[in-house]
Write a protein that binds this ligand. Structure first.
Ligand SMILES: *Cc1c(COP(=O)(O)O)cnc(C)c1O
Length: 490
């Protein structure tokens, strides 16, 4: 399978290289143009398990990888409750797809359980002997999921940068207490975009100048890596299967997905599922008050020149949504995409032509949601349906209501629930009561008493665990921090 750089069609690799490199030499992301009709090839997939569907998707998108069946097994076995990646629950007229039953209680587990295995396999097949340093910027959830996935993996170290003060208390504790000989964590004074930018620049430097230290190469666990994107396609298929099995839809009937969006990785995976032939009507891009994407999908203007807001859905506090570049590539080609990305870098903005915008609107709807609306959605949904959700999932639920009238009558709508409410306990609890004087663990207990939904042990156990990582640096010091980390590596 050929993957091109989104900024240059001449730059081609196959899937093994794409996963190993993380980002293309020219700063573009790897993307393929043609999507086989996986949906047809699958035939009747109602009998397939989550693991089998995951394998089928990966065989289609990453055909150069050997033994994907074994790889899926070792990635997922025993990590998700009942080996189910994304259970579907009916909440009123909507369906909640719960993506937070993995090791770190956020949807990023679905991909980050797989990525280390893909990287190890790619290195093996390409006979790459270099030690790899995985560089990752996180808005909160990628960090812990990646630390967990890469912990003590042979031949790899991982370094996570997160925005100082920009993640929830539980997210911070999850990272600062991470175990493993090969893991490194550092806070950066700045926001997620600063951290992501810093990481991208370090990659760029490496591609231009070669390795920083002999025999250590860099790769990424962010959703710019193809190996992150592909495993996320699976749950759009499992949701469709579950709706078929429950009799809520019939074969071929189109469904909508509402996706709480930050870096545009999750929703892009949905778009690829649609390209593969899954009957998807609309993909709804739900944003918090950092609503760059809402403006973009309404007007065609992407403009990051605005105030960054710190919200109670911090994993979506992003002004530069990296994976949008892949969508632009599919719709407008490499030359245009390169020009848009150049304009974004130089002026912080670009405008797509109306014809492209019209094309986008055929599939994508959008909407945004204020802090107040997040809290009222959590409260109202709990009171009406006894369903407790986190602040990110609430953005999607709120937007699902807002766009309801724009969706074809009678179509079923699945809302992606991306984190456990216990990851953001204090903010979730504040939808119901004053939380003054409570810490995150008190708030967890209150929520458990209220909802009878058990606190995930991996979050409860954070209490009293020893913190290992305390570094806080300026954003311009990220490169030297990477170099220092390399010096300590084997
Ligand atoms: C990362 C994240 C998102 C946003 O997903 P993208 O793929 O970056 O768009 C939404 N919710 C939660 C809980 C997340 O961790």
């Amino acid at each position: 399978m050929i993957y091109n750089s989104t900024r240059n069609d001449g730059l081609k690799v196959h899937s093994l290289e794409a996963v190993l490199q993380g980002i293309a030499q020219d700063g573009g992301l790897y993307m393929c143009k043609e999507y086989d009709n996986l949906y047809q090839n699958l035939g009747d997939f109602t009998e397939k398990s989550d693991f089998e569907l995951s394998q089928a998707v990966m065989e289609q998108m990453l055909p150069e990888f050997h033994d994907l069946k074994g790889l899926v097994q070792s990635a997922y076995q025993g990590k998700f409750e009942k080996d189910t990646l994304a259970p579907l629950k009916k909440v009123g007229e909507l369906f909640a797809m719960e993506l937070f039953h993995g090791p770190t209680c956020a949807f990023k587990d679905v991909a980050l359980c797989v990525l280390p295995h893909l990287l190890t396999q790619a290195k093996k097949q390409l006979q790459c002997k270099a030690h790899t340093l995985i560089l990752t910027a996180t808005s909160g959830d990628t960090g812990k999921a990646a630390l967990e996935g890469f912990k003590d993996v042979e031949g790899e170290d991982i370094l996570v940068f997160y925005p100082d003060g920009g993640v929830s208390e539980v997210q911070k504790l999850q990272m600062s207490t991470a175990k493993g000989q090969n893991v490194h964590v550092c806070a950066v004074r700045g926001d997620f975009d600063d951290a992501q930018n810093g990481v991208k620049e370090i990659f760029h430097l490496e591609k231009e100048k070669g390795q920083f230290k002999q025999n250590i190469s860099l790769s990424s666990a962010n959703s710019i890596n193809l190996g992150r994107l592909v495993p996320q396609i699976t749950y759009y298929f499992t949701a469709y299967r579950d709706l078929l099995l429950s009799g809520d839809i019939v074969q071929g009937q189109k469904v909508n997905f509402v996706v709480p969006t930050g870096n545009f990785g999750d929703i892009l995976a949905g778009y690829l599922a649609k390209k593969m032939g899954l009957p998807i009507e609309k993909l709804v891009c739900a944003s918090n008050e950092n609503n760059v994407l809402t403006t973009f999908l309404n007007t065609g203007l992407y403009d990051r020149n605005r105030t960054f807001k710190k919200t109670i859905s911090p994993s979506m506090d992003i002004l530069v949504s990296s994976n949008l570049e892949r969508l632009l590539y599919l719709l407008t080609g490499a030359d245009n995409t390169r020009a848009y990305m150049q304009a974004l870098k130089e002026k912080g903005a670009y405008q797509i032509p109306d014809v492209v915008l019209a094309q986008l609107k055929q599939t994508f709807l959008c909407g945004d949601c204020t802090e107040k609306e997040i809290l009222s959605t959590i409260k109202e949904t709990f009171e009406a349906h006894n369903y407790l959700m986190d602040t990110h999932s609430a953005v999607a639920f709120c937007v699902a209501k807002k766009v309801q009238n724009a969706l074809p009558l009678g179509t079923k709508t699945v809302v992606l629930c991306t984190a456990s409410p216990y990851k953001f306990s204090k903010d979730v609890l504040s939808a119901f009561q004053n939380t003054q004087g409570l810490d995150e663990f008190d708030a967890m207990q209150c929520l458990e008493n209220m909802s009878n939904m058990p606190i995930p042990p991996q979050l409860q156990n954070l209490k009293g665990q020893k913190e290992r990582f305390f570094d806080v640096i300026e954003k311009q010091d990220m490169l030297s921090f990477v170099q220092r980390t390399m010096e300590e590596m084997p």
